[in-house]
Design a protein. Structure first.
Length: 83
C-alpha cells in the first residue's frame, strides 16, 4: 500500500510540475500507529501542527518518534530535512 501511495503521489507531483526537476521518493518508508483510544489526541495533534512546529522542528519530531517507538536506525540513512 505504501508503495502505491508513493508511486501515485510522485506521478501527481511530476504531472503538476510542483518541483523544477523530476521528483521521486527515497527508498523505504516508515509509519507509526496509535490505538483507537488515542484518536482524539492524534486528530488534535494533526490540526495543531503549524503551531506545534513553531516549538519543535519536523526533524526533531521525527527523530523523537524513532526514539519513542524504539526504532533502530543509522543516522547515515536518515533523509535530508528541509525545514
Amino acid at each position: 500500500m505504501a508503495n502505491k501511495m508513493k508511486t501515485n503521489s510522485s506521478k501527481w507531483i511530476n504531472e503538476n510540475r510542483f518541483v523544477s526537476r523530476s521528483f521521486s521518493w527515497q527508498d523505504g518508508y516508515g509509519s507509526f500507529s496509535y490505538s483507537r483510544s488515542q484518536l482524539d489526541k492524534v486528530v488534535k495533534y494533526i490540526l495543531n501542527q503549524p503551531e506545534h512546529h513553531k516549538k519543535r522542528t519536523f526533524r526533531e519530531e521525527y527523530l523523537n518518534f524513532l526514539e519513542k517507538f524504539n526504532v533502530e536506525y543509522d543516522r547515515r540513512y536518515i533523509f535530508d530535512f528541509r525545514e
